[in-house]
Design a binder for this molecule. Structure first.
Ligand code: NAD
Length: 367
């Protein structure tokens, strides 16, 4: 892969400068940069700085609004429904998590629905925040206005990439974080592949001819140098993970995080892009007791890892382990960016009045 390797600190500085120049308050620009770079560190480049250009486009269209605070629509002891006002997901998302933590600490369990949020990025971050506070959390997220995934048996886009995320804390140890899109690959992974990064797994897309493929131009149309990949230019679809099971799970997430909370489902179009998130927060002490839960979790994990290995497998990993390893490596050695992604970031900076040469100098500063 041709491109650059950039330190997390430099990349944060560049993203912060771009969002500040685009009109975000300094704290919000810092937050957006923090979460985008965290996604790159975790190895989910699909939800990292490759999104900068697209966020700027969405700000221009009014789909993403700086300076928003979620407001309460309905609330009881057990639940709260928050309106996100199309604010940056990096602002309204962590706020919704803070509300969930506060409520679950009082009641043992809490349900928090966040509707009309801007792109929430890597949902695993929210499960990590809850786990740091000692809570189990479950997050169902849909993507209104963005049907990209074909239902099982179909070839046209009908569902969002709808992530499911579950976090389990383990005192004194890193948490277990299961966090994935219910499409065969997250859309951003197709974006990364189209921009010259890691190729897609076989049959993760379906063409308008109804045949499975891994060619990202089926989804984005032909490459356009200097433009971020635009799914509207292709006719194919992502495939759901796990055949009928993943397709059914994705449909249910549309209903939970879209229809139930009033955020809206993926389609039919036209409707503006937004993420809906239905989250459940659980205090272990209110169930099997904190000690009992931790002891059983540790014992069960050891049992799982004691399995003989499959042929060709080096080890058995727990959910969240791959991200932690990648994060440690990228903190130490920097974040690799394909040349095309880097160029899109420079072009995004120019669009908000920053000089390419200044941004390139920032990239070299601590790289
Ligand atoms: P993925 O396919 O890489 O799966 C990641 C999950 O699988 C993690 O929990 C990871 O720890 C686990 N995992 C990976 N390899 C493993 C192994 N060898 N052994 C055990 N566990 C392993 O993830 P994805 O589907 O590409 O999703 C990427 C990101 O996209 C997620 O962070 C998700 O939240 C995000 N996303 C966000 C939106 C949105 O609208 N905001 C939409 C879709 C996806």
């Amino acid at each position: 892969m041709s491109g650059i390797v950039i330190s997390a600190a430099s990349m944060r500085g560049i993203a912060r400068a771009i969002f500040a120049a685009a009109g975000c308050a300094p704290e919000e620009a810092e937050r957006i940069a923090h979460y985008l770079v965290r996604a790159n560190l975790a190895g989910h480049d699909s939800h990292g700085v490759v999104r900068i250009a697209r966020y700027l486009e969405w700000m221009e269209k009014g789909w993403l609004k700086p300076g928003q605070t979620p407001t309460v629509v309905t609330e009881s002891a057990a639940m709260v429904l928050l309106e996100g006002h199309h604010g940056f997901g990096q602002t309204v998302g962590p706020r919704a998590v803070a509300v969930g933590i506060e409520k679950a600490r009082k009641t043992g369990a809490a349900i928090v629905a966040l509707r009309h949020s801007g792109h929430l990025g890597r949902i695993g971050d929210f499960a990590e925040i809850a786990a740091d506070a000692g809570l189990v959390s479950i997050h169902f997220v849909n993507v209104a206005g963005s049907p990209l995934v074909a239902p099982f048996g179909g070839r046209e886009r009908r569902m969002g990439t709808n992530p499911l995320t579950i976090g389990v804390p383990l005192p004194g140890e890193p948490p277990l974080i299961l966090d994935f899109a219910t499409s065969a690959v997250a859309e951003g992974k197709a974006m990364v592949a189209h921009s010259g990064g890691k190729p897609l797994p076989d049959a993760s897309l379906i063409g308008e001819d109804g045949l499975p493929t891994s060619e990202p131009s089926v989804f984005y149309g032909p490459k356009r140098p200097g433009h971020s990949p635009d799914a509207k230019r292709g006719r194919g679809a992502l495939r759901a993970m796990g055949e009928h099971k993943g397709s059914g799970l994705s449909l249910m997430i549309e209903l939970l995080a879209g229809a139930l909370i009033g955020s809206g489902c993926a389609g039919p179009p036209p409707r503006p892009f937004n993420n809906g998130m239905l989250s459940i927060y659980l205090t272990p002490a209110a169930f099997a007791g904190a000690d009992g839960f931790v002891a059983e979790t540790r014992s069960y994990l050891a049992y799982v890892k004691s399995s003989q290995l499959a042929r060709g497998s080096g080890e058995i990993l727990a959910p969240g382990e791959p991200e932690r390893r990648t994060s440690a490596a990228r903190e130490a050695h920097g974040i690799p960016l394909p040349a095309e992604t880097w160029d899109l970031i420079l072009a995004a900076g120019e669009r908000v009045g920053l000089e390419r040469t200044d941004l390139a100098a920032m990239a070299r500063e601590t790289a």
